[in-house]
Design a binder for this molecule. Structure first.
Ligand SMILES: [Fe+2]
Length: 371
């Protein structure tokens, strides 16, 4: 079996050490049809509630570039210093750009409130606004939503999908999705997505993709409520099939949450539990039901988020979602800058991601609760 034919399913025994510290390497590669110890159930209308998981530690597997594969290890050793330096430089550049805009250009979010403090005019669950791509005022969306950390949905009034893009065949044809695992299938950095690219360009005309676009596939209910580590990015999250019940906490709420450090995100422990009990502790948050053909736009770096999968309304199939992440620093998270400049475990994790890309891995499976 060639490297390009391999699809990894990561399974690891939770380490007994404290979260946020480097765990010992207990991961092992499993074929995707093997079961793994999980709590989240598969995407099904009758989702079964199971025992909540204990707080999870970082799951580390061969996909990080470790584990006896000489090619992967050698590549990781070469790539790791560049990844570390890149993150430090990126954090410095983000800070300069952000404070430069604030000080020199006097440019701030033009919404009616200050994102540096909690709003007192709202509480509990807030609905996400929806805009038709042919009628939207993109400048207003930029000023009043993007810069204020408020999520929004782009969806055609006639119900037609925004794009005909579909996931790579290597990740879906004959796929035997590992139960309760997320399949992460990267595309080419410059991949074209008809119509969708134009909408993204109108929203972020001076920004570029931060990573290669990624398809999220698989049979799972939901992962943990988390925000992503890495550089600050805006996530243009297009849903091709299935449904997603989405929670997004705005930056001013997220920054005040005591999140635990995971593999490549910070999260609320036990939040993969389907009751979403943690929501009662949030002063306010956004909620929406994302349907096929629509795109959610939000800051995945500054906003806590959680997606619960549901079956496709037409054929009941698993969700297929495309994530295009745009390098755009708004409502920056100090927590993120700290990790970018000091977190060697995060540098190593992203080294593994880069190695995967260099070796042209078609996809990677992760436990839905992998954070
Ligand atoms: Fe995320």
């Amino acid at each position: 079996m060639s490297l390009s034919e391999l699809i990894f399913s990561i399974s690891a025994t939770p380490d007994s050490g404290p979260v946020g510290e480097q765990n010992s390497l207990k991961g092992r590669v499993k074929h995707s049809n093997e079961s793994s110890n999980v709590t989240a159930s598969s995407a099904s209308p009758a989702i079964e509630k199971k025992t909540p998981a204990k707080p999870q530690h970082r799951l580390v597997g061969f996909s990080t570039g470790l584990g006896g594969d000489l090619v992967r290890d050698a590549l990781a050793a070469i790539v790791a210093p560049f990844v570390a330096v890149s993150f430090i430089i990126m954090a410095a550049c983000e800070a300069v750009v952000h404070y430069g805009r604030k000080i020199v250009l006097r440019r701030r979010a033009t919404n009616a409130y200050d994102v540096s403090k909690l709003r007192d005019d709202v509480e509990g669950k807030l609905e996400v606004d929806v805009f038709d791509p042919t009628e939207a005022d993109y400048d207003r969306l930029q000023r009043e939503y993007v810069e204020a950390g408020i999520p929004f949905i782009i969806k055609r009034k006639d119900g037609k999908p925004l794009t005909a893009a579909k996931p790579p065949a290597a990740a879906t044809e004959g796929a035997d999705f590992a139960k309760d695992c997320i399949r992460v299938a990267p595309t080419h950095y410059l991949a074209n997505f008809d119509n969708l690219d134009g909408i993204v360009y109108h929203l972020f005309p001076y920004s570029m993709r931060a990573y290669w676009p990624i398809w999220f596939l698989g049979s799972y209910a939901q992962g943990k409520a988390h925000s992503d580590l890495g550089p600050h990015t805006m996530n243009c999250y297009y849903l091709k099939k299935g449904t997603k019940d989405v929670i997004v906490a705005p930056p001013e709420v997220t920054e005040r949450l005591p999140l635990l450090k995971g593999l490549d995100g910070v999260y609320i422990p036990d939040s993969e539990d389907l009751t979403r009990a943690y929501l009662k502790d949030l002063p306010y948050y956004y909620h929406c039901e994302l349907t096929p053909g629509a795109m959610l736009v939000f800051s995945n770096s500054s906003c806590l988020h959680q997606f619960m999968n549901g079956p496709d309304p037409v054929d009941g199939s698993y969700p297929e979602a495309l994530s295009v992440r745009i390098k755009h620093t708004v409502t920056p998270s100090f927590r993120l800058w700290k990790h970018m400049t000091t977190d060697y475990a995060m540098w190593w994790r992203f080294t593994g991601v880069v190695v995967n890309q260099i070796l042209c891995e078609p996809a990677e499976d992760r436990e839905a609760k992998y954070l």
